[in-house]
Design a protein around this ligand. Structure first.
Ligand SMILES: NC(=O)C1=CN([C@@H]2O[C@H](COP(=O)(O)OP(=O)(O)OC[C@H]3O[C@@H](n4cnc5c(N)ncnc54)[C@H](O)[C@@H]3O)[C@@H](O)[C@H]2O)C=CC1
Ligand SMILES: O=C(O)CCC(=O)C(=O)O
Length: 530
């Protein structure tokens, strides 16, 4: 008999199939502390949670029989995925079941903002008949900026069209063709910030999306914008938003999610009359809660019964024979994917991967999954992409992956070459595993280099002229950014060249902009590899 613990309020209808299963016993115990969970988790084979239970490494450690953690929803930020993977515990989510509900909540928030509904309600029930203070605006003919055109963002865009809005969308995987199909306009974050009347964010919270709307964006924002966040707290810088509201740049904001939940009683959103809030209710409808509970229960049953399953968000075990041959290349593959996706300008349309030398002798499919994980994980969030779902995510986004194998690997015993094609450019990176030295990037576009793929790198395109290295060194020194290593690659003397610096910490934005003012320096880009 499998034992399943449900530790958050999850729809009874949704988990009915688990309760009816003859080989499963379900216990519902909500509101447990970490200590209480640690004390009992050892007897369970599966744990079902929503977003309240924090499934920590300590809980996983005590979970000697646990095979699966099921998240009835999308975000798995309350689950320590690394600890789960280390212990071979599969984590699954239910990514589709609450899409429409969250999209509808976004609309409810947008309309409540446009017509001051919460404020007007509070005054009316307080006994004041005030019709003057609440002059609203129509949605019709307004520009809506959507940051993150995944499941929820796309549904919001569809509905906004029905309201007669013009939609500007941005997503690293949105091409002009896909945008045209959706009847929206592809735009940059900057264009959205400068032109939208309403803006809504639907991205995961990743190092790249954290504070993607912050002081720099508020400084150039169209005056009177209204902003909605029903995705994750922290995508919009909360302090900067409050300032922008107080300065009249932002006419109103509606937040369902917060950097820390629940927000502290003195959180500035809670006392600002132009900011309306809900307590993370995006997914809270009868239908969505049933959908996600049904989806997650179904997959949990499959896993317990050793049947094929879907929606795993962490790493599955890999057969031992495949592991032995390919495992040393996994890190290199993922890093190459992350590196090249950060280099590419525009939405990726095709991925070409070639495995050469001794890699031509094995089935490299698992390695392809790691490369795709690096490519998609950078934008979709490392916690959302794994080697089970990385190829599926590529397919879902219409990105073709072409792989090839070749016995010869130039001067190396093994070589992985990854190139990404976007509308206006194709970028390439190649890497090898050097015995005794570890992974190395050995080619970037047409230049030969020798760079360990780790930490903070700065890639600079410049003209091969005397003095440039000194000028860059001086500039980094003046900003107290230490250059650990420097690699220069060129094809001919005096021609185009690249420089790859590895630095000890993140590069301030102003340093990148100042660098671009140096003579003979054409482009500079920071690339972060964990
Ligand atoms: N408030 C709530 O109760 C709920 C919140 N959510 C949250 O909503 C968010 C979106 O969920 P889904 O649409 O289901 O996810 P999704 O994975 O389908 O879409 C997210 C999109 O964000 C894009 N993205 C990543 N980095 C970006 C960047 N820098 N700029 C622009 N776009 C970027 C990705 O390419 C992807 O297409 C997630 O954070 C999820 O956790 C989801 C359900 C309920
Ligand atoms: O379970 C909930 O209500 C939270 C939903 C959510 O934020 C998600 O699915 O990402």
């Amino acid at each position: 008999m499998f034992k399943v613990l449900v530790s958050d309020p999850i729809s009874d209808m949704g988990i009915q199939q688990l309760m009816d299963a003859p080989d499963v016993a379900v216990d519902k115990k909500t509101g447990l502390s970490e200590d209480e969970l640690v004390a009992i988790i050892g007897e369970y084979d599966a744990l079902l949670v929503r977003s309240q239970t924090r499934v920590t490494a300590r809980i996983m450690e005590a979970a000697k029989s646990l095979k699966v953690v099921g998240r009835a929803g999308v975000g798995v930020d309350n689950i320590d995925l690394q600890a789960a993977t280390q212990r071979g515990i599969i984590v699954i989510n239910a990514p589709d079941g609450n899409t429409i509900t969250t999209c509808e909540h976004t609309f409810a928030m947008m309309m409540a903002l446009a017509r001051h509904i919460p404020q007007a309600y509070a005054k009316t029930v307080g006994g004041t008949w005030d019709r003057k203070s609440f002059l609203g605006v129509e949605l019709r003919n307004k520009v809506l900026g959507v940051l993150g055109m995944g499941r929820i963002g796309s549904e919001v865009a569809k509905r906004a069209k029905a309201f007669g809005m013009e939609i500007l969308g941005y997503d690293p995987f949105l091409t002009e063709e896909k945008a045209a199909k959706l009847g929206i306009k592809l735009a940059s974050v900057d264009e959205i910030v400068r032109n939208a009347d309403f803006m809504t964010v639907h991205t995961p919270l990743t190092p790249e999306t954290r504070h993607m709307i912050g002081p720099d964006q508020f400084a150039v924002m169209k005056k009177g914008m209204r902003i909605v966040n029903c995705a994750r707290g922290g995508i919009i810088d909360e302090q900067a938003l409050v300032q922008a509201v107080n300065e009249g740049i932002v006419a109103g904001a509606a937040f369902d999610v917060f950097e820390s939940e629940p927000p502290a009683p003195d959180h500035p959103f809670l006392s600002n009359p132009k900011i309306i809030v809900t307590p993370h209710l995006g997914a809270s409808t009868v239908e969505a809660q049933e959908n996600v509970a049904i989806d997650v229960s179904e997959q949990v049953l499959h896993i317990l019964r050793n049947e094929p399953f879907q929606n795993a968000v962490n790493m599955p075990p890999i057969p031992a024979n495949v592991m032995t041959k390919l495992q040393p290349y996994f890190e290199l593959g993922e890093k190459l994917g992350s590196f090249i996706t950060q280099l590419l300008n525009g939405a990726v349309e095709e991925i070409n991967i070639s495995f050469s030398g001794e890699l031509a002798e094995v089935d490299t499919q698992p390695l392809t999954r790691y490369i795709a994980k690096g490519i998609f994980g950078h934008h979709l969030g490392a916690d959302q992409v794994n080697i089970i779902n990385s190829l599926h995510l590529a397919k879902e986004r219409g990105v073709n992956i072409v792989t090839s194998q070749s016995q010869t690997a130039k001067d190396f015993t093994n070589l992985i070459t990854v190139s990404l094609r976007a509308k206006n450019e194709t970028r390439l990176v190649a890497g090898t595993l050097l015995t005794g030295y570890g992974p190395r990037i050995v080619q970037i576009d047409r230049f030969t280099v020798d760079v360990p793929p780790v930490g903070h790198l700065v890639l600079i395109s410049h003209n091969d002229k005397p003095g440039i290295i000194g000028r860059i060194g001086t500039l980094f020194g003046s900003k107290e950014v230490n250059i650990a290593t420097m690699q220069v690659g060129r094809q001919i003397e005096g021609g185009a060249a690249i420089m790859v610096l590895s630095v000890d910490k993140g590069v301030p934005k102003e340093l990148l902009s100042e660098m671009l003012e140096l003579p003979d320096l054409n482009k500079a880009k920071e690339i972060i590899l964990s």
